[in-house]
Design a protein around this ligand. Sequence first.
Ligand code: GLU
Length: 386
Amino acid sequence: MNKKYNGLNDFKKYLNSKKRIVLKIGTQVLLNDKNKLSLSAFKRICDFSYSLIRQQKEVILVSSGAIAAGKGILNMPPSSNNFSMPEKQAFAACGQAILMKNYGFFCKKHGIKTAQILLTKDDIASRKRFVNARNTIYELLKNKVMPIINENDTISYEEIKFSDNDHLSALVSNLVCADLLIILSDVKGVYHKNPVLHKDAKLIDTIGSIKDFIKDFKETSKSLQGTGGMKSKLYAAFIAAEAGIDTVIISGRDKRSLDLFVNGKLPGTFIPSLNNNINKKKHWLLFGMEKRGQIVIDSGAAGAIIDKNKSLLASGILAVNGEFKKGEGVYIVNTLGKIFSIGISNFDSKDIERIKGLKSYEIKTKLGNDSLSAIVVHKNKLVVTI
Ligand code: GLU
């Protein structure tokens, strides 16, 4: 049974109840002070994973570091970030193999088998590929193999990239139905102000509502070699929270923090999930699925969707923006362009153009097709966002 965390003293019991853990490792965690890969960092992460596995947990790693590792192989200046997309992709192609080699080496010492999974945003956006990735990961876990996931940087270009691996780790947490997301960072957790600039910055133990917290949060630390900062970690925690998954942010560079954690202490920041009971599929609609266009609807249809949990019918549609196909994701907006719902369209955009504003019997007479339903977005494939 998954426990709620009710304060520091309870953390050990809380952690005992968490069985499936996504462990996100930032690039900075894997580097030494000269921005080169640190073998002792890999050892530290593998030892930590082993400690969790020994507590009967399943661990799925989401690891960055391929680009940084590849820079080393191609003798590029480790501290520079001024590279083109193809250069970074080439670094990732070289470096990914090194990441796997190092994880494989230190995991083997504990008898842990590892497997590599590289994902693109498209893999998460397509429901079929999403479910396939999930099935593969479940099979690996069944065989006691620890999956190690990274973005497939070689084929991801700007428009279709995850914003960073923090984002990826949150989507993976929903993909595998994780109980807990642990983000290993180069800082101890979330501070109430920038700890580099302010000596009196305090580490926050628990964040009440991530939704409110994130609104006012000013960036306190930006990763040098990775792509994320603390804000992107908090956004990842928010996505996880929406899926009912708690997040912990702790230092992955500090062995003491990791030891404390496996012994049931919380050496960083705890971010509880939001109690909004959104199901996994709807979470995917919100955060995973690609949205290709917009359907503009009238206030009557908006009320039916928001207050009465109804499907969107053609009669309530005023306009369509963008081109999309049946089965693709759309935003549902009001006449001011405010998004209040996301769903999967039952029609191509060009067909919605023809049936917008029509009642079901009119659709049949106008389009002469008896099989056409007036439901443009079914209530089970729709999620309200306000
Ligand atoms: N996929 C990138 C890498 O392995 C990291 C992206 C990130 O740090 O957010 O280098």
